[in-house]
Structures are given as C-alpha cells and as structure tokens.
Design a protein around this ligand. Structure first.
Ligand SMILES: [Zn+2]
Length: 343
C-alpha cells in the first residue's frame, strides 16, 4: 500500500479514536531504522506512523551536508517507495519543530508538499509537528494558526504541543522545567481547541500529563492520564461533543501499560516511541561486537573476518530486534491486527 492519502489518514485516526486504540509513531533516522519500523507494523498487522525529527534529517543527509530538510525528505521518499510493498497503511510525520526552526525546517517541508500537490503528486509527509510549548499559549497558537493555514494548502495535518514534555530528546533538554509545566491545564486545552478549530479539524494535540522523553528507572515517572480526560471534558462542556480532540502521547518509551491503556480512553490516537526502539536496535549490535571482538580487527598475521565486520551482519540483527519492539508497541496500543488496508 502506498503512503496514506489525506482522507485515508483521517479515516485511520478516526478509527483509532472511536475504537479506543492508538498508533505507535516510530522515530527513524536511516534506511535500517525505517525498514525496521515498516517490518514491525507489517508483522503486527497494524497501520502506523513513521516520523523524522530535525536531528534525524541531519543525520540521514550525512555529515558533510547535515541538512535536516533534505535528509527528512530522503527518509520519507525511502519509506514511500518501500511502503508500496506492505499490506498496512503508513502515515509520514515530522516530530518536534521548535519556533527557531520553523523557517528552516517546517516551512520548507510544507512548501515542498504544496509544490508537489500542485503538480498532482503526493505530498512529502502527511503531517508535521510545531512545538511552540516554550512560548506562552497565546504566542504558541498565533504561530500554530499561521502554520496550520499553510498545512491546509497541501491538505496536511498539524500537531501542536502545550505544556512541556520533560527529559531530553534530539538534543533538546527540558529536565530543568518547573513541575507544573509538565501538566497541561484544561484552560490550555480549551485555548488550543478555540484557536485551531477556527481554521480546521485536522489537528492533533500533544497535551502533557507528566510524560517525559528518554529513559528512567521504573517508578521515577509519574503519569497523570486523568489530566487528558479533564481537558477533553472542559472542551466538550464549552463546545459540545464534536469538539473532542485527537491527542498525542509523547515519551511513550518505558511507560507502564496501565497508564498507556488509560490514555486510550481519553482520545490518545498516537504515541511516540523513540528511546525504546533506539535501545532495542543497539542491543544486538553490542552483542555482535562482544561475541566477535577477536575477529573484528586485523592483528598481526591474523586478518579480521569480513563476514563479521560487514555492517550488514549486525545491522540485520538490529533491524530484526527493533521491529520486535515496534510490534510490542502495537500490542501495547491495541492496534495489532487492526489494519484498515483492504477493508
Ligand atoms: Zn516528543
């Protein structure tokens, strides 16, 4: 199946919302990790979302260019070509874009999609995140509205954030944020709804409820999913049931299953997973290096073993293991076996 059309993406998200399940949104930064995400979704019989960040785009473009836009486009194009051969729906998304990167990342990608749409071609991505959480809500929504209007020109969705996701990801460290910033208020959620619904329905909100990026010892992250329900209730009380929003759970890695399941009742349709898939990708590489250490380096007359130092020998194991973690994410979010492909 090709990458979803705008209508198929809307159908996917509505099915998840109504069926109380969610899609893993897997961060990738290379062809290997992209293939692992595709394999994980295919093995699970689940539709899914694959996303690139600015850091992933820079990485994918290589050390000489370090071009986040170019690298993100190549990741998207790789997945678009490969997804044709899979029997699940895949949507393409870009992750956190802070205000200072809007002109150099968000806008160039959307402009590229507008140009492709005008030429009768599919867009590059299906949706983009603007993360204005460092701004006061009013300023955050002023920028978000401008970007949402631009997205609509190519029929793309936008994801926004209020509150702050704690921890560190992609070089952005929020571990020093005051505790109250980690929790979105009902007023924030009403504010987001009122700002964005004036432009359209195709938006997702990353509301924060104590969630963090990165990896923590068990018990160190206190999630409060009820915050999402309280926010939805406040929006619905003011604007009616049709105002229920599609929510995104950031920092899904390492979260307890009971908390993940609770969020599915409150409108979470997308959960980002990055740290755990990075970890699962790396473990077989580590094992390979340790097991084969003596054969990886030329030592006097003993030449290294080409079968063991060919990067494919350990990257295949990494892809396989990461795909398993993607499959687990589908199980956790109850999207396993629910692909809409062919239905
Ligand atoms: Zn995030």
């Amino acid at each position: 199946m090709p990458i979803v059309t705008p209508d198929q993406y809307r159908t996917m998200l509505k099915a998840a919302h109504d069926g109380k399940y969610a899609y893993p949104a897997i961060n990738v930064s290379s062809t290997e990790t992209a293939n692992a995400a595709l394999k994980g979704f295919a093995d699970a019989g689940s539709d899914g979302i694959i996303q690139a960040s600015t850091g992933a785009g820079e990485f994918a473009s290589g050390l000489h260019l370090k071009d986040a836009v170019l690298g993100s486009i190549t990741i998207a194009e790789h997945i678009r070509r490969m997804a044709e051969h899979y029997n699940v729906y895949i949507a393409l998304h870009t992750d956190h874009c802070q205000p200072k990167k809007v002109d150099t990342y968000f806008k160039p990608l959307v402009k590229e999609s507008i140009a492709r749409k005008n030429a009768g071609l599919p867009t590059v991505f299906n949706s983009h995140m603007f993360d204005g959480s460092e701004l006061p809500l009013g300023e955050n929504m002023t920028v978000a509205k401008e970007l949402f209007k631009m997205c609509k020109e190519a029929d793309l969705m936008i994801e926004v954030e209020t509150g702050v996701v704690g921890g560190e990801e992609d070089g952005i460290d929020h571990s020093d944020q005051p505790k109250e910033k980690l929790y979105t208020t009902p007023e924030d959620m009403v504010g987001v709804y009122e700002a964005l619904s004036s432009i359209g329905d195709d938006f997702l909100l990353a509301a924060t409820f104590g969630n963090v990026h990165g990896i923590y010892k068990p018990g160190n992250v206190k999630l409060t999913p009820i915050i999402l329900k309280n926010g939805q209730d406040a929006v619905i009380a003011k604007h009616g049931d049709k105002a229920r929003m599609l929510l995104v759970f950031h920092g899904g890695s390492g979260s307890e299953l009971k908390d993940i399941h609770e969020t599915l009742n409150y409108g979470v349709v997308k959960m980002n997973v990055d740290t755990d898939t990075q970890y699962w990708f790396t473990q077989p590489v580590k094992a390979h290096m340790i097991e084969n250490a003596a054969e990886l380096t030329h030592d006097g007359d003993n030449m290294a073993n080409k079968k063991k130092f060919d990067p494919r020998s350990y990257m295949k194991k990494a892809e396989e293991n990461m795909a398993k973690r993607v499959q687990q994410a589908c199980d956790d979010l109850k999207s396993t076996g629910k692909t809409l492909f062919g239905k």
